[in-house]
Design a protein around this ligand. Sequence first.
Ligand code: PGA
Length: 253
Amino acid sequence: MRQPLVAGNWKMHGSLATNQRLLDKAGLAGLSGARFAVCVPFPYLFQVGQALAGTAIAWGAQTLSEHDSGAYTGEVAGPMLRDFGCRYVLAGHSERRSIYGERDPQVAAKFVAAQRAGLTPILCVGETLAERESGATEAVVGSQLDAVIDAAGAKALAEAVVAYEPVWAIGTGKTATPGQAQAVHEFIRARVAKAAGDALASGLAILYGGSVKASNAAELFAQRDVDGGLIGGASLVADDFVAICRAAAAKGH
Ligand code: PGA
C-alpha cells in the first residue's frame, strides 16, 4: 500500500532565525505511517539538513536546473541538491509555470534531471479557474502529465510523486472540496494506469495542494486517491504543519 506524504513548500519565506524556530517546534518524533518533507529555499538547505538529519522529516528544494552543470548563471543543479542531502524537489510548481514561464517540455526536462541526480521529483499539475470553468480541467492536467510521461517514460513515475494543485486554490484560502480533489486524483491515477499499468499507478502517491490547513487536512486525506498534501502557507506554522502531518499519519495506519 502506498504511504502518504506531506511535503511543506516554504516558497520564498524564512530566515536563519525564523527557520530555526520552526524546525525546533516541528518535532515529529514518534509519528509513523507517512512520509514527511520540507522543500526550502536553496540558501537554507545546509541549515535545514543539519537540523533534520536523523529525524523523520526529509528535505528538498523547490526547483532545479534541467542541466547537470555548465554556464547557466543563477541556476542550481540536481547533483548540487544531492550534495546537500535533498531527497525531493518540486518540478513544475504553478508559480514556476506562471511567473517564470516554465512550460511542459522544460518541466519534463527538470523531472528527468531530478531523477538523473537521484532525487524524487514532485511533479505539480493543476488547472486555472478559467480552465476549470470552461470544463478543461482533465485536458489540462492530462497534457501536463503526458508531457512528462513522453519525456521520461511512463515507468519513471515509479520513482516520483504527483501533486494536484488547482491554481485557483493556491494561497487563496479557497480549498478544493474533497470531492473535487478526489475526482481529479482518480483521473490522474487512471491516466497513469493506462500508460504504466495498474501496479505502478496504485503505488503512486498523489498529493493534493492548495490551501490545505490543519482544519481541512483530515477530510481531504480521507479521500481514496488523496495520498497526503503539498502544503504552502500552513507549513510555515509549526503547530499547523504538525497537525497536517498527523492527519496523514492517521491515514497511513
Ligand atoms: P498553499 O500553497 O498551501 O499556501 O495554498 C500550496 C503550494 O503552492 O504548494
